[in-house]
Design a protein around this ligand. Structure first.
Ligand code: IMP
Length: 216
């Protein structure tokens, strides 16, 4: 079985990834590789953050092993707000607000609904970027040449921000996001449907196709 590292400890993400990548791959979490530190995530783009995390794990843990590493980052991009909250989605309410409200979904949704008050354009999308880093080092030379190859995979789901929360499943902004083609929010659709059509699933499917195509 081929090994691949997913730079996360989020159980749901790990299960979803395993389902999509299939039995050919053994997915290792951060805990599995004994990485217990906070990964850097200081970029102002999803692409930057995903790469920062994958690159950090590759360079600190796998320089001498050819185990591919990938990491993801997701944002909710609202058209009328110029793409906000985007890369700030997790800590939206904490910006210019109470730092305690970082990762507070209720506070994040409240802020977003307030910002969209009176706004008719409710178009939004979830966007996930996965960054894959693979070792391409040449250690046959006298001074080892450490190199990496990197790829990016994007998954998007378009939809609308509704005016009031609906539904109880899922997490984050799920109760106020209604994907195009559905009458229900992500929080009403439930995990089975959401996991088939979600931004993250779409990015993950692209990663899976790539790994199979390249026989990695
Ligand atoms: P992460 O990069 O997966 O940690 O996502 C960053 C933030 O985006 C989360 O803290 C949530 O607020 C939001 N988010 C990501 N994915 C979803 C989703 O599937 N539903 C609702 N909110 C999400």
């Amino acid at each position: 079985m081929k090994k691949i590292v997913f730079a996360t400890n989020n159980k749901h993400k790990l299960e979803e990834a395993q389902q999509i990548l299939g039995n050919e791959f053994k997915i290792l979490s951060l805990a599995d590789i004994n990485c217990h530190e906070e990964l850097p995530e200081t970029s102002d783009t999803l692409e930057g953050n995903a790469y920062q995390k994958a690159e950090y794990v590759w360079s600190h843990y796998f320089r001498d092993e050819k185990i591919p590493v990938f990491a993801d980052d997701t944002g909710l991009e609202v058209e009328a707000l110029g793409g906000e909250p985007g890369v700030l989605s997790a800590r939206y309410a904490a910006i210019d607000g109470d730092p305690q409200q970082s990762h507070d979904s209720e506070a994040n949704m409240k802020k977003l609904l307030r910002k969209l008050d009176g706004e008719d354009n409710r178009t939004a999308r979830f966007r996930t970027v996965i960054s894959l880093v693979i070792d391409a080092s040449d250690t046959t030379t006298e001074i080892p040449l450490y190199m990496e190859k990197r790829w990016e995979f994007e998954g998007i789901v378009n939809g609308q921000i509704i005016r009031e929360r609906r539904g109880t499943t899922g997490f984050g902004y799920d109760p106020i996001f209604q994907p195009d083609g559905y009458e229900q929010t992500f929080a009403e659709l439930g995990a089975d449907i959401k996991n088939q059509i979600s931004h993250r699933a779409r990015a993950m499917q692209k990663l899976a196709e790539f790994l199979k195509d390249k026989n990695l």
